[in-house]
Design a protein around this ligand. Structure first.
Ligand code: NDP
Ligand code: 8X3
Length: 254
């Protein structure tokens, strides 16, 4: 088969994940793209294949550990030699006060942002350690640095992403495997529409009065980290829009 490097990207059907798929395809990688929306995933895969990139599309929900395992084990051995794992699939649901929040939303965020990331790490990283080569890029958030109003559980899941990444970095320190946490601020994607359960009118103001980041901006950072010389481990990167200073300090033009 191929002699290119392989990147596996979760949640590749939208936003940052889709942008990473395009960036790593342009940058000479073959791709394993995962997502829940089969139609969208297959369309992106077909488009990138037209450009000469080899792409495997795996349709599963990262909350379903058994489905993830089956998809992974169904890959040819050559495709399991993943060079870069981008744990991107994730979401926020709701912006309610913690004592008024919806426990179902909490469960979905915890199962996706924390347990889904762990599921993928558990499947892919043993091979990286055995080959003494690989790179895990986890998409955290500025939201993990400090809680903001209504962020409570989402912020906690992203703090967990940072801590889980730090733990993994310790656990693979004897190997050449690298671990990077990217912590974006405001990125204009489907994120806020999802957070407000499809209410586009509520999502709009989130990106108004400020030029937000794009998925492509974050993909550039991921690609930079993956392209650094092998002795360089970009451990953590906080990427903010110029007029954002923290999770809760954003300057908006009136
Ligand atoms: P999008 O909503 O545009 O994309 C999220 C992606 O994750 C989609 O492909 C979505 O698929 C997928 N996904 C969600 N849940 C699951 C699941 N259970 N199983 C498989 N795939 C799933 O948002 P973003 O691109 O902005 O979000 C990507 C990551 O970036 C998330 O981890 C988010 O927390 C993080 N982030 C986003 C920021 C922002 O401001 N946008 C800032 C900081 C971090 P589907 O369409 O099927 O739901
Ligand atoms: C997404 C960024 O600040 O909207 O993680 O939570 S924020």
């Amino acid at each position: 088969m191929m002699n290119k490097q392989i990147a596996l990207i979760t949640g590749a059907t939208s936003g940052i994940g889709e942008a990473c798929a395009r960036k790593f395809a342009e940058g000479g990688y073959n791709l394993i793209l995962t997502g829940r929306n089969a139609q969208k995933l297959n369309a992106i895969a077909a488009e990138l294949q037209q450009t000469g990139v080899e792409v495997v599309a795996l349709v599963f929900d990262v909350r379903q550990a058994e489905a993830a395992r089956k998809a992974w084990e169904g890959l040819d051995a050559a495709w399991q030699q993943v060079d870069v794992l981008i744990n991107n699939a994730g979401l926020a649901l709701g912006l309610e006060k913690e004592y008024e929040g919806d426990p179902t939303d909490w469960e979905i965020m915890i199962d996706t942002n924390i347990k889904g990331l762990l599921t993928m790490t558990r499947l892919v990283v043993p091979g990286m350690v055995a080959r003494n080569q690989g790179h895990v890029i986890n998409i955290g958030s500025v939201a993990g640095d400090a809680a903001y109003a209504g962020g409570n559980v989402y912020c906690a899941t992203k703090a967990a992403v940072k801590t889980i990444s730090d733990g993994l970095r310790i656990d693979v320190a004897e190997s050449a495997v690298r671990v990077t946490t990217i912590k974006p601020g405001l990125v204009e994607t489907n994120f806020s529409v999802v957070r407000f359960h499809g209410d586009t009118e509520r999502a709009k103001p989130v990106y108004q009065g400020i030029e937000p980041l794009t998925g492509a901006d974050i993909a550039d950072v991921a690609f930079y980290a993956a392209s650094a010389p092998k002795h360089v481990q970009i451990a953590e990167v906080l990427v903010l829009a110029t007029h954002q200073a923290s999770g809760s300090v954003i300057y908006r033009e009136k």
